[in-house]
Design a binder for this molecule. Sequence first.
Ligand code: IVH
Length: 668
Amino acid sequence: MSRTDAAVEHARLATEIAKHDLAYHQNDAPTISDGDYDALKRRLLEIERQYPTLAKGSPSQKVGAVASGKFAKVKHAVPMLSLDNAFSDEDVEAFLTQMKNFLGLPAQTELPVTAEPKIDGLSMSLRYEGRKLVQAATRGDGEEGELVTANVKTIKNIPHELPKSAPDVIEVRGEIYMSNSDFAELNEKLIQAGEKPLANPRNGAAGSLRQQDVSITASRPLKFFAYAWGEAPKLPADTQWGVVQAFKSWGLPVNPLMVLCQTGADLLSQYRKIEAQRATLGYDIDGVVYKLNDLALQRRLGFRTRSPRWAIAHKFSAVQAATVLEAIDIQVGRTGALTPVARLKPVTVGGVVVSNATLHNEDEIGRLGLQIGDTVIIERSGDVIPKVLRVKEQGSHRRAFRMPKECPQCGGRIVREEGEAASRCINVNCPARLKESVRHFASRGVMNIDGLGDALIDQLVDSGLVKNVADLYEIAAQDLEKLERMGPKSAANVIRNIDRSRFLPMPRVISALGIRFVGERTAELLAEHFGTIGKLAAASVEELQTAQEVGPRVAEAIYTFFREPRNEQLIERLHRAGLSFEYTVREKKEGPLAGLTFVITGTLPTMTREEAKSRIEAAGGKVAAAVTRKTSFLVAGEEAGSKLDKAKALKVPVIGEDELAKMMFRIK
Ligand code: IVH
């Protein structure tokens, strides 16, 4: 690229990025997805690497996000969790089956479950004490939110006081949203006042709420639906349905489309009913939430790290749009796989501007008959990267795409093995592969290392400071300070965030490894099943398949990963760095069983072993696989075998399910 071309493109990118920064940080109104924003940033830095003088005054000089810092933080008494997603009828079936399996109920049992719209707004926790609204907090990271009490008090359908029938203390949770017509009207006003319109009702609601000047919030038409609760020492009912009905009787707004379904078939038909009304509801929804009705069963099922086992969000399928395929770029992934990425003429799909879509691989491009310059139909569903569905119209100057013969990043040889869809860069030291691994490792939802963004990762890899992800834990602040655009303060910040990541629970570590097919959810299921990374690494392909949702393909990928000597070394170093290699569900230092270690054997009368384990852990105890002198109790059911003999030999007390239940409830 010539210097002039570079300068022109750089200026265009810089203006665009500055605009998005403003939209995101100041106005709570992003107009592009995080992925598209990162792509703009990456391109900017690429140009700056070639022509370093362009970096002066560029948005690349700003380090990380400016924290809003506008509101005081508050820790949630009960964490605000998210929901697992279902995308098909089969996923919903699997959700019901998993609950039954966990509870040890026969497969033909029908569990009553509620169904209600999933409101596309922002979640809110309202705390009532002495029946008065005393605190309102946003979800934040789930553990800690922002205090927005004064702002929330301006929302007309939120009562400031609950009637006598309500308990003294309760945290009501729900969604704040803006209706489509209110949103359109507000945008009209903003435009007339010469201000920037908002991207969609959800951003409209979030932006309107998080205003320092409460009178601005008061002037915005926000509404609320109550659908859940946090801390609630005295609940008004023992079912999901009953509690929401009580909310309604106290004057809290609840969604009129919520129903109680008796069978799985009812759930799916309710989903279709709600989906059919979606366009005419007057507010945005993006799916249907199912919740097990019986609260006692909800309690038994408990939680995974980030979501309850007793609820799921059944997402609506996608929205589509037509646009022009302007180019096809190649991305090199962590496994060396080359992914063709469609660069599109930006187009709005369901409120989000899309300018990239994945094309998966060469065959997919062939299957679609796709050429550069064609007008294509793209589809976006939920937060998934959009995909190209088909060619709508061939371009007049269309141009065929060819997979490169050399890696666009390192010049390494590209190989496509027989039976494989992907072409791969076979250079194991390809910097692009390493950068992708580090990027994945540090990303949100994985090791969550704030401040370790693309620009820094590039520098760390290019300078040789990071040759694999374990090196991150050995970087010193002085090393970072030597890098471009790294002051002592930001260096210290990054180091602190790296250090903090050591304490994240084991499922994060598993997903951070970047094993093929192992995402957040599989990582969590593997952690629950195997308990330690050592056991996971030692498991055979057959043993791996005994874990939930692990089929032969995934098992093979995990097995192969742990047999690779480079990976073995990596694991060893991450272990030494102090990352979590053991898993106890929501490890608690308190609770009636704190300090006690249990081993479970045989068939218990009412609980599955999985449930007993989860409940012991929820009560602060630990569950081990083998009986040793350190075992506090052996919980034995019918047909207990060698573990029972061992416990007797070691004089470990043996108890049954009844006694375990008594111990768990003693203090509760
Ligand atoms: S229940 C423990 N019900 O979806 C489960 N959430 O993906 C608590 N949401 O953070 C959530 N409508 O902001 C629930 N009817 C509904 C919902 C709903 C929207 C949001 C909520 C939550 C997110 C989870």
